[in-house]
Each structure stands twice: as C-alpha cells, then as structure tokens.
Design a protein around this ligand. Structure first.
Ligand SMILES: Cc1ncc(COP(=O)(O)O)c(C=O)c1O
Length: 358
C-alpha cells in the first residue's frame, strides 16, 4: 500500500498550478499560528548568518536546555530533530516489531513510515457520530490482537479533539501492561500545555512524546521538532538520528521562540478568540457542522450534496486554500479542515463560503 504526498500547506505547488505567487494564496490548509513567528526570531536568524560556515551543534544543546527548562524536565529526556517528521520515520528502527495500530483519523505519515519499513498497519477508527471519542475497552480489546507500536495524536489532527490528561494516563498504563510502544504525537499541545502527558511518558517505560515547533511557533520552513521520553529511549533516538539534521538557523530560531513568553500567551488568547469566532461563523451555515476544537484548526463536515473537493475547487477561484480531508483514513469526502487565522482572514473565508451551495 502506498500513500501519496498530500498535506495541507502545499502553497508552492498550488500557486504554480494557478500561475500566481505563494503570497497570493490565503492558506487555511496548514494550521500555523496566525500571529506568525515570535518577533525576535527574524533578528536572531539574521545575526546567526556568520555561523553557517560551521556545522550545526549536533546535539542542539542550547535548544535542548531551553526546552528542558520550559517543560520542567531534565535535558536527558529530550532529543531535538528536523521536525517531528524525522522522529516519526525513526520509530520503526527504534522499536523491534512489525505491527502498528494507528488511532484514526490520523496524520498520514505514521502509516507511511511503518509501511516503508515493511510493517503491517491497522487502524482503530474514532467515529464522527461519536464525537471522535475513544473507548478504553475497545482499545484494550484491539491491543489484545498484538501490536508493537500504538500511534495516538493528542489533540487529534484533523479532529481538533483533546483527550484530557486523565484519559491519556489510562492509555499510557494500558500500553505499559499490554506492551506496545506508545507514540504520543503532541504536535499541537502548546495550545493546551496543561494537558500534556509528557511527565507520564518521561517517567519511564517504552514510549515517546513527539512535539513540533512548526505549528505554534509558525516556523514550518525551518523544521524543528523534538522527542520527550525516558533517557533510555532518548539514548536510542540519539544513536539512530542522522548527524547534523537540525541546522544552526533552526536551533537559533527555536531558542528565540522559547524566550518570548508574552508571545506565547498572546497566541493562546488570540487563537482561542478567533477559534470561537470562526466556529460560530461556520456553524451559522445550515449545511456545515464544525466539530469542537482545542487547537488552531477546525474540522468541518458538509451536510449537503457538495463534496470537500468541490468546495476546495470553488474557493481556489478566490485563491483561498482549504484542506480536503477525504484522504484521512476514517473520514469521507464530506470533511474539510480550516486553520484559525486572523479576524480579517477568517471573515474573508466566511464571506467566500456564502452562496456556495451550503
Ligand atoms: C499531527 C502532526 N504531527 C506531526 C506533524 C509534523 O510536523 P513537523 O513540521 O514538526 O515535522 C504534523 C504536520 O502537519 C502533524 O499535523
């Protein structure tokens, strides 16, 4: 089974196909902080220019220390990577096994990384009509079928659903007793940090929390992610990683981002306000059902005859790009996802939706 490259945020290819520049596209398909990078990041990048003639710090020690301080864990519990995607692709080498269970609808790279390594995959599908809730009893039953890895994304992408820390604690316990290595993808957890299960996972056992600086800190082009786990797992990750995979500029941008607490607080407040505004605007269309979200994107179900692909094509005429979710395992052609952007941009989306058969 092969899964093609199909993600949100592919503005370069979309702009090429429309014959416009990427800046002309209003991109709701990638879920990036609408405030942009922290104000100090640009200056930090420019002032780092002279360091590009050296190899990067292979261990990213300064960034690792800043992350450890931020999360209140020991630096030995952290490994920095070239986006969390580098870590996802490391999993089949980190874990001895051949069968993975993926909670769906999932980020498609989980399946691709396992399939590329010759693993078998299965899905446990969370259903829209049940609000994408996860039954622990069902998970326990499925784990009884014998899996070596379990992938869970919290908050879920594309669902936006947050499983509270108490629920995740039960899943961590289940994995410890049943055996599968738990990959807990918290790429969007910065929006609700208090619910992170990082402390449960770094405390011991076979599992890892994956984090990304791409989304909250708005630096997808730089590629910064990291793992948090028990130091024995981090040691194995460090041994498997490609050398110098996190470049100097990315490391400095990560440091500058973490230094700005005010920007982080502003982001959380701003996104929460705009999420409410956008969700209410979407819910006002009789043919749309937005799902509750804890993060900076909203999953929407179309309840008319229109498909998400048709809606995407119609909106592209106004150079607005949404994420058609038909290729997420467990979702139909009726689902799309939109990022929470600035007030003016959110209004533009809502205006563009008006009169589009919904
Ligand atoms: C749920 C989830 N995990 C991981 C990633 C990968 O992020 P990164 O840019 O850190 O590689 C993404 C990117 O879209 C994602 O949505």
């Amino acid at each position: 089974m092969s899964i093609p490259f199909d993600h949100g945020g592919n503005v370069f290819a979309v702009a090429r196909s429309l014959g416009v520049s990427p800046e002309d596209i209003l991109d709701f398909s990638a879920s990036i902080n609408p405030l942009g990078p922290a104000p100090g990041v640009k200056e930090a990048l420019l002032s780092t220019f002279d360091r590009v003639m050296h190899y990067p710090d292979n261990d990213a020690d300064d960034l690792k220390l800043a992350l450890a301080t931020f999360h209140g864990v020991d630096p030995a519990h952290i490994a920095v990577a070239n986006g969390s995607t580098e870590l996802i692709y490391l999993i089949p080498r980190l874990v001895a096994g051949r069968r993975g269970l993926i909670i769906a609808p999932p980020f498609s790279e989980y399946a691709k990384s396992l399939l590329r390594a010759g693993w078998e995959i299965d899905y446990l599908e969370l259903r829209p009509e049940e609000g994408f809730s996860l039954s622990l009893a069902e998970l326990e039953r499925r784990l009884g079928e014998g899996y070596d890895v379990l992938f869970l994304c919290n908050p879920g992408n594309p669902t936006g659903r947050l499983f509270p820390q108490g629920n995740v604690a039960e899943i961590v316990d289940l994995c410890r007793s049943r055996g599968p290595f738990l990959v807990l993808d918290e790429a969007f957890m910065d929006f609700c940090e208090g619910e992170s299960a990082k402390r449960l996972v770094v405390g011991g056992g076979e599992g890892v929390v994956l984090r990304s600086m791409t989304k909250f800190f708005a630096v997808p082009g730089l590629r910064i992610g990291y793992a948090m786990a028990h130091e024995s797992v981090i040691g194995r990750i460090a041994a498997l990683r490609e050398p110098w995979s996190v470049n100097t500029v990315a490391q400095v941008a990560g440091l500058a981002s973490l230094a700005d607490r005010d920007y982080m607080e502003r982001t959380i407040r701003y996104v929460a306000g705009e999420r409410d505004f956008l969700a209410a605007g979407l819910a006002a269309f009789a043919g749309l059902k937005p799902y509750p979200s804890a993060v900076n994107y909203i999953l929407v179900e179309i309840r008319t005859g229109l498909s998400a692909a048709e809606l995407k094509r119609a909106l592209l005429k106004e150079r607005i790009l949404i994420r058609d979710c038909a290729n997420f395992h467990g979702l139909s052609e009726r689902f799309f996802r939109v990022a929470v952007r600035t007030r003016e941009e959110n209004e533009r989306l809502l205006a563009a939706l008006t009169g589009r058969l919904i």
